[in-house]
Write a protein of this length. Structure first.
Length: 537
């Protein structure tokens, strides 16, 4: 849902164009244009005294001939107040600010929204109940990875992570908005992290009523880098992991709400944002499900653009059926160790399923971080074959990607890239064809099929398909896919389907043929429909 406020345009009679900046911080005084779905930023000078984060009401309405949108502003330090806006329609937009501070109130101006930059498609939204797309109709298939702490590393490390992502298959990154307590961030009793979200240096002197703009400017840069490279930023607002040391996981609900409001004002205008309310939310014992509901609804209210919203569970699973949740963000490892759970989750919640934590490729002692590349690839296939999506992670002792980023050294990303290419090349979305009886089959009946044999090692496969969508005489070509070695081998001949005698639910090849297979694990079959009748030139 998008929140819009309609205004009578007659009273907007005088226009005073304030300084406009892009997020780079470079002044472009008099700049009045911004590409569609890009970031427009209005900067105003205002009061510095007292506490600018408490009691300051500040925002603007943006409108064109078709629509209007209200967006709240935020204080960014040094007397600067900012409003960020993402124009969703091309053409002229007009804005006016409203504030209880006279120096911020009644500022008026215009901007021109120009054609979108090449490769920019707008914020991702839900499509056809179980999938995703951009507002221009371009499908989006999430292939995510997790790099929880990359914004808190050195600039050199951050840039190395970004370079790795640019050459990886991953188009969505999960990371924390607030650093976790880690011994590596403490050295001789001093903090190695230069900035924190709140003013102060420890639990003893945090001022939870005052944000630290310098901290968020660094977080801004990470979100911006991802945007510039077409990568979705799955930003995790809350998390446990303090062990009582910093107290960011034990803030009162008033502080939590103020933090959410600030994050919405600061980041909602980025088109690549996804909101994750928390990582392992049920480990945060100070918050009840009702309080999580309040925070979800606040995100929904304050985000004028309606970005995707979910929450990542620990032991207790949040009710993903609630209306303010756009998709399932699941940590439940067994759900992808077999192929049939994603269809069940889809049927239960009627929403897209993203398995955001399915254990990690690595060699650490913790059991969640020591599965093989083969196993992680296998779990990815189980997620997608069931009509869901998955998120990667890597946790080698000498290269803790999931924590600090850097470089990827595992063998699974290349295989995940291969799977991604198969998904993107498919003529249809990957949906269960007959989830009650055919757990390892996806596609669209009568048009396209992908069978995944997983850890089985079949030496042959009899050409039999579920009846749904088929008609007698439909003809298909078959390819054998080795999902580990990333090879595709066509099978000779065309297979014509007829009803299977004595079984009202299946069709078979009219000649009763079998396809010979290599007899090893991680095989798949891609089956594509060919022309109804042979074409003779």
């Amino acid at each position: 849902m998008r929140l819009a406020i309609k205004f009578n345009k007659i009273f907007l009679t005088s226009f005073c164009l304030a300084q406009l900046y892009f997020l780079t911080g470079n002044s472009v005084v008099g700049q009045t244009s911004v590409p569609q779905w890009d970031l427009f930023e209005l900067i105003l000078e205002g009061p510095e005294g007292g506490n600018p984060f408490i009691g300051t009401e500040f925002g603007a309405v943006f409108y064109n001939d078709n629509d209007s949108l209200w967006t709240e502003g935020f204080y960014d330090g040094n007397g600067e107040y900012k409003i960020r806006f993402m124009p969703e329609e091309q053409g002229e937009w007009t804005y006016k600010t409203f504030s209880n501070k006279p120096s911020l109130d009644g500022k008026e101006g215009k901007l021109i929204c120009t054609e979108a930059k090449r490769g920019t498609h707008g914020p991702v939204m839900v499509r056809d109940q179980y999938h995703f797309q951009y507002p221009d109709g371009t499908p989006f298939y999430p292939f995510g990875t997790t790099v929880y702490e990359w914004p808190f590393q050195s600039m050199e490390s951050q840039l190395k992570t970004l370079e790795t992502l640019k050459s990886s298959p991953f188009n969505k990154v999960r990371f924390l908005a607030v650093p976790p307590y880690k011994e590596r961030y403490i050295e001789e009793g001093k903090l190695k992290i230069e900035e924190f979200p709140f003013e102060g240096t420890s639990r003893e002197n945090w001022d939870f009523s005052r944000f630290n703009p310098e901290y968020f400017k660094k977080l801004d840069q990470c979100v911006k880098w991802l945007y510039e490279n077409g990568i979705q930023a799955d930003l995790i607002l809350f998390r446990p992991y303090d062990d009582g040391r910093w107290g960011f996981d034990e803030m009162d609900q008033e502080t939590n709400k103020r933090f959410v409001s600030y994050m919405m004002a600061r980041y909602a205008a980025f088109s690549n944002i996804w909101w994750s309310l928390a990582n392992e939310n049920s480990f945060m014992k100070s918050l009840t499900d009702e309080e999580w509901d309040e925070l979800f609804q606040l995100v929904e209210e304050k985000d004028s653009y309606g970005h995707l919203r979910s929450i990542h569970n620990a032991g207790n699973i949040y009710d993903y059926g609630k209306p303010w949740v756009s998709h399932i963000s699941l940590q439940y490892y067994n759900a992808v160790r077999v192929p049939g759970v994603s269809p069940l989750l889809r049927d239960l919640f009627r929403k897209p399923v993203v398995h955001d934590e399915i254990n990690y490729e690595g060699n650490i002692t913790r059991r969640w971080g020591r599965i093989s590349a083969e196993e992680l690839t296998f779990r990815f296939w189980n997620a997608y074959i069931g009509g869901g999506y998955a998120t990667h992670g890597e946790s080698y002792k000498k290269n803790p990607w999931i924590s600090t980023g850097g470089k990827l050294i595992g063998e699974s990303p290349e295989r995940i890239a291969f799977l991604k290419s198969l998904v993107q090349e498919s003529p249809v979305d990957w949906n269960p064809v007959d989830q009650y009886y055919e757990l390892n089959l996806t596609g669209k009946g009568g048009e396209f099929y992908m069978f995944y044999f997983g850890k089985e090692s079949p030496s042959s496969w009899k050409v039999i398909l579920p009846k749904r969508g088929l008609e007698e005489g439909d003809r298909f070509k078959v390819e054998i896919i080795d999902t580990w070695n990333m090879t595709i081998d066509p099978v000779e001949g065309i297979f014509e389907m007829v009803p299977l005698e004595g079984d009202g639910y299946k069709f078979r090849d009219k000649d009763g043929r079998e396809i010979q297979l290599p007899g090893k694990p991680y095989l798949a079959l891609r089956i594509k429909k060919v022309a109804e009748k042979p074409f003779y030139p």
